[in-house]
Design a protein around this ligand. Structure first.
Ligand SMILES: Nc1ncnc2c1ncn2[C@@H]1O[C@H](COP(=O)(O)OP(=O)(O)O)[C@@H](O)[C@H]1O
Ligand SMILES: [Mg+2]
Length: 251
């Protein structure tokens, strides 16, 4: 089943204060099937963040269409989109974006609390996720008292809380050391393997990308290349490096 489809996406950032208009996305179309783990790579400024923000309904496209589970989110009204996003989309950010005034438990349950889910149901879900991500020991801690790697695991748990149809991640290892990056990528792989979650991840890190099953390379806002893994991560890592060379530009 198709979980995500985008058609002819265009994004132009209008000119302002003498800065020229930027065509950030130029006719992007692709599909993601249920259970896929797709990477999006490309040089700095190629449009990766713009693309992810439009696919997840954070930003508006200039033109084109985005379907999540066959529902066109481009035409959705603001309130309905907010609700749709909360129930169907999980998002993991480079900067974690946890709420400092809430502890780990409360951060993970936050999207469900906003959705007015019953407290005992939230408790069960949070407990399951604390266990799944092996962070039971920090459930009462606050974001400022835990490491970057732990923060990102909490953010992943929060993204999973509503059992989303699709998880988007923008440079999830961008603020992590190599050991924590390895940890987070193993978690993404586990979510994909065991929960059959569909994941779309932007990264410029070939190591993180090597965990994906498919990678779409973009440059100057357009798709330039697509590669598939045969399941051998080390071999795919080499293929990613080679493809980056083909695409060129500052990563
Ligand atoms: N809010 C914005 N206003 C104007 N231009 C922007 C804005 N966000 C991004 N851009 C421009 O759009 C292009 C793509 O940016 P971005 O999607 O952030 O790329 P990436 O994530 O691949 O580094 C760049 O040229 C960038 O300068
Ligand atoms: Mg970016």
């Amino acid at each position: 089943m198709k979980v995500l489809e985008c058609k002819k996406l265009m994004k132009v950032y209008d000119s302002y204060k003498g800065v020229e208009a930027v065509k950030a996305l130029n006719n992007i179309s692709f599909q993601v099937e249920e259970g896929e783990f797709v990477g999006i790579m490309g040089p700095s400024g190629s449009g990766k963040t713009t693309l992810l923000n439009i696919l997840s309904g954070i930003d508006n496209a200039t033109s084109g269409e985005v379907f999540i589970n066959t529902i066109n989110i481009i035409k959705m009204k603001r309130d309905k989109l907010a609700l749709f996003r909360r129930r169907n989309i999980g998002f993991v950010f480079q900067e974690f974006n946890l709420l400092d005034s809430l502890n780990v438990r409360e951060n993970i349950g936050f999207p469900l609390a906003v959705d007015k889910i019953k407290p005992n149901i939230i408790d069960d879900k949070v407990k399951e996720l604390l266990d799944f991500l092996d962070i039971m020991n920090i459930e009462k801690s606050y974001p400022y008292n835990i490491s970057g790697g732990q923060k990102q695991r909490v953010a992943v748990a929060r993204a999973l809380a509503s059992d989303p149809k699709i998880i988007f991640a923008d440079e999830p290892t961008g603020n992590l050391d190599s050991k924590s990056s390895m940890n987070i990528m193993r978690i993404f792989k586990k979510i994909n393997d065991e929960k059959k979650a569909t994941i779309v991840m932007v990264t410029h890190d070939p190591f993180a990308a090597s965990f994906c099953k498919r990678i779409i390379f973009i440059k100057d806002g357009a798709i330039r290349l697509e590669i598939n893994s045969d399941g051998d991560r080390k071999k795919f890592f080499d293929k990613v490096i080679e493809s980056q060379g083909v695409i060129g530009g500052e990563q």
